[in-house]
Design a protein around this ligand. Structure first.
Ligand code: PMP
Length: 397
């Protein structure tokens, strides 16, 4: 993985090996991804446009990347893969195509909350248990028809995972489709949209061990073909006259302008690398680290680990916590400057959720990824304990 030997400067002037607990924000590129991008640099040329050798290679790699992504997420034969800038872009794109209202939960990242507002977003409360939340979704979808249920695959605040296949069945029984915001799920779990019954999936390359600037929307073509192009411009058309335009079908319909070829190729390389890993072993390792982190932090005086539901069936490696009486930024700065540990603090673009959990001031998020180790987890727990001890002793920070 790129940057695995990164050293972080400390307050006392020394350096230490960086402990990354911020995979949920962006995950460092895998070495295989960096090598694939490097291999394409000599062919740097625009796709679909030129007959030259470099352009042919780029076009082939770009279109090949679609097939790899489709394969990786278990797309059906008639699904399309539209390359976007990121998850936010993918959700806004689908929002511009949805023929009706969308039902969302109040736990969503702003990207999966605000995108839908243009056609009407009906927000369901996630209070109580998972079962109570699901029953509220059922009531909302069945009493008033909606076109789409848009749910997070894994919460970017707590890592909690809802039963997606069950929600897909519920949406379909009520005449709606389902979109899964997989920004946080896909880096941790193998997802097969055909098997789960998911109609649309959105994700970001930069959270999937690929570089910034590329993501994808994968799913059913009909809504995408029926809608106005997301952007108007070259590459999205079949024929243009001064007074009329014949638009291309999806995916090209929604990819006007020169596409991010390197970004798409990088995502495909990440998908291939991840598909080659032992997913069961990786998930088991992450589960052990996550349980160790949750238990270790929970045992520190004044630390509270946040949960949305008391009975969540499943979660990925994200542990968000508060320290009684301390500002989240204070904790994060102490961990970085004193211990070379990178966490995220704030409200994680999920303000309504943080408010509902009673933490309008925010929290501290520690997220795990492929480079996480037990030693790093112990280092984080010890550093948080040290922070709490120092505060109790009145140490100035
Ligand atoms: N959804 C979720 C669950 C996320 O965690 C994020 C990123 N924090 C997004 C959407 C938006 O992703 P991006 O910023 O890459 O568009």
């Amino acid at each position: 993985m790129c940057g695995s030997d990164l050293r972080a400067p400390l307050r006392d002037g020394t350096t230490v090996t960086y402990a990354n607990f911020d995979y949920a924000a962006s995950a460092p590129a895998l070495s295989a991804v960096a090598e694939r991008v490097q291999s394409l640099l000599p062919f740097y040329a625009s796709v679909h446009r030129g007959a030259g050798y470099a352009s042919q290679v780029c076009t082939e790699r770009y279109e090949g990347a679609r097939d790899v992504v489709a394969d990786f997420v278990g797309a059906r034969a008639d699904d399309v893969v539209v390359f976007t800038r990121n998850t936010t872009d993918a959700l806004n794109l689908l929002a511009s195509c949805v023929p009706g209202e969308t039902v969302v939960l109040d736990i969503e990242h702003h990207a999966n909350l605000l995108s839908w507002k243009r056609n009407g977003a009906r927000v369901v409360e996630s209070a109580g248990t998972v079962e109570e939340t699901i029953q509220r979704i059922v009531a909302e979808l069945c009493t008033r028809p909606a076109a789409l249920l848009a749910v997070t695959g894994a919460s970017n605040v707590t890592g909690e995972v809802l039963p997606i296949a069950r929600l897909a069945r519920i949406a379909h029984e009520c005449g709606a489709r389902i979109l899964v915001d997989a920004a946080q799920l896909l880096p941790h779990r193998r997802v097969d949209i055909a098997e789960l019954g998911v109609d649309y999936l959105a994700f970001s390359g930069h959270k999937l061990y690929a570089p910034f600037g590329a993501g994808a929307l994968v799913g059913r073509a009909d809504w995408l073909d029926a809608a106005e192009p997301y952007l108007a411009g070259g590459g999205a058309t079949k024929n243009v006259e001064i007074d009329s335009v014949q638009w291309a079908a999806a995916p090209q319909r929604h990819e006007a302008g020169t596409p991010n070829v390197l970004g798409a190729v990088a995502i495909a390389a990440a998908c291939e690398a991840l598909a080659g890993f032992d997913a069961v072993a990786a998930q088991q390792h992450e589960r052990e680290l996550c349980d160790r982190l949750t238990a270790g932090l929970g045992a520190v005086d004044g630390v509270q680990v946040l949960r949305i539901w008391p009975d969540s069936p499943d979660s990925v490696g994200i542990v968000t916590f508060t320290v009684a009486g301390a500002e989240p930024r204070e904790v994060a700065t102490f961990l970085s400057d004193g211990y070379g540990i990178g966490v995220r603090d704030g409200r994680f673009c999920a303000h309504p959720l943080l408010s509902r959990l009673g933490h309008v001031e925010g929290a501290v998020r520690a997220s795990l990824g492929l480079g996480s180790s037990g030693a790093d987890v112990d280092r984080l727990i010890a550093a948080v304990a040290e922070f709490v001890r120092g505060r109790a002793a009145g140490d100035p920070r």
